[in-house]
Design a protein around this ligand. Structure first.
Ligand SMILES: Nc1nc2c(c(=O)[nH]1)N[C@H]1C(S)=C(S)[C@@H](COP(=O)(O)O)O[C@H]1N2
Ligand SMILES: [Mo]
Length: 193
């Protein structure tokens, strides 16, 4: 009887060992076989700053991060949640502070690889640390994008390439065509323009 228990224990240890061995390898458990493109991109932080710099998409994940739960809504289908879950990323505020703003900034202009742009008021970004540049969604890597809780999807710029502090009233793709600059979601209806 004791022998049998011993045999079972040995078997369990062997199985456990195999499992751990397989699980201990590099990148195991990450079945990211089809990574989002531009995982090797760069974000420029520039404009009214003392120390402009570039951060690679990989470098982002080494900066102080924060997790934010927020649903994504598009003005085109206001009642429908497009994406919902946990976004992990670096506060836009942190990225700006690393560049040492010189003062005189009014807007944060944001540019993407497809030519899309959006913007935030500098004040808003410095006040709301839940506005992040996310590089993970529900534990999976994504091409860095802005997550702006309680704001319409047009603020959630994807494939970010440039963050620029400017003194003037920069308006992004949707904002310049008349959509509200603050993009705040107030009810379940889209903003007029
Ligand atoms: N680069 C880029 N980012 C973008 C857009 C775009 O056209 N290009 N569209 C925005 C709009 S209007 C919405 S509603 C959301 C949609 O996000 P999704 O594609 O992840 O669903 O992305 C936003 N970010
Ligand atoms: Mo949208």
């Amino acid at each position: 009887m004791r022998k049998e228990i011993f045999a079972v224990l040995v078997l369990l240890l062997l199985l456990g060992g195999t499992y751990l061995f397989k699980g201990g390898g590099e990148k195991s458990g990450n079945d990211n076989t089809n990574p989002p493109d531009q995982m090797t991109g760069v974000i420029q932080v520039t404009g009214l700053v003392e120390k402009p710099y570039n951060v690679t998409y990989e470098g982002l994940s080494k900066l102080p991060s924060r997790e934010v739960n927020a649903p994504l809504y598009c003005v085109g289908a206001p009642g429908k949640v497009l994406k919902n879950g946990t976004w992990k990323g670096v506060p836009l505020k942190t990225l700006l502070e690393l560049a040492k703003p010189t003062g005189g900034a009014f807007k944060v202009a944001l540019y993407a690889s497809d030519g899309y742009t959006t913007d935030f008021y500098f004040d808003t970004v410095m006040r709301e640390e839940d506005i992040i540049v996310a590089y993970e969604f529900n534990g999976k890597p994504i091409t860095p994008r802005v997550v702006a809780p309680n704001r319409w999807g047009y603020k959630w710029i994807k494939g970010l390439t440039r963050i620029e502090l400017v003194s003037y009233d920069f308006k992004g793709t949707w904002e310049s065509s008349g959509y509200p600059d603050d993009a705040r979601i107030t009810g379940d209806s889209s903003p007029g323009r």
